[in-house]
Design a binder for this molecule. Structure first.
Ligand code: SF4
Length: 183
């Protein structure tokens, strides 16, 4: 087993901006160095950002932001400490299961660039209609990329006229690990 457990789990409230739901961030110190699993996790997970130089692996899981360091895991957008512990146990399983089947996997050292505000903005209706509660589409794209808003808030995007853009944007978001509406 690569990762045996957690030495310490701390939770705290990150700075919250007006209008946002208050969430918890968890930081767990690990009993073991998990960096040997990074290239295999990078191969099997969607939307990862792998930084070999600093030995970090970022991805999203169920709308939460995950950052793996060799001896530390950070999880954002949690409800409370109980949820943090459950998510960390799931991550421990994922890391161990992936590493155990490394002989069947092709390790990946590729680093995908982070999704940018402009990439998202280009696929929004760009009418600045404010239906999403933001003053402009650019402001909404900024919130979306930082996970302070979800795509469902842009109702005009789901109109038949924007079908093609919607599909492209949902595909992009899903590939990068963001939560998207299913069906
Ligand atoms: S609802 Fe959509 S189209 Fe309207 S301002 Fe917000 S992002 Fe732009």
């Amino acid at each position: 087993m690569l990762l045996r457990g957690f030495q310490k789990i701390e939770t705290f409230f990150p700075p919250c901006h007006p209008g946002e739901i208050e969430t918890v961030t968890a930081m767990a110190e690990l009993t073991d160095d998990i960096s040997p699993a990074f290239p295999y996790l990078n191969a099997v997970l969607k939307g990862t950002i792998y930084d070999q130089t600093h030995q970090t692996l970022n991805f999203k899981l169920g709308g939460r932001g995950i950052t793996l360091h060799p001896r530390k895991i950070i999880v954002t957008r949690l409800e409370n400490k109980e949820e943090a512990e459950k998510v960390l146990e799931r991550l421990k399983d994922l890391i161990n299961r992936t590493y155990e089947r490394r002989d069947q996997l092709e390790p990946s050292y590729k680093s995908r660039a982070k999704l940018t505000v402009i990439e998202i903005y280009k696929l929004l209706p760009r009418t600045n209609c404010k239906e999403c509660g933001e003053p402009t589409c650019m402001a909404f794209a900024t919130k979306l990329v930082n996970e302070q808003a979800t795509i469902e808030r842009c109702k005009p995007l789901f109109a038949p006229a924007h079908q093609e853009m919607k599909e492209r944007l949902l595909g992009l978001l899903e590939e990068a690990g963001y939560a998207v509406p299913q069906g």
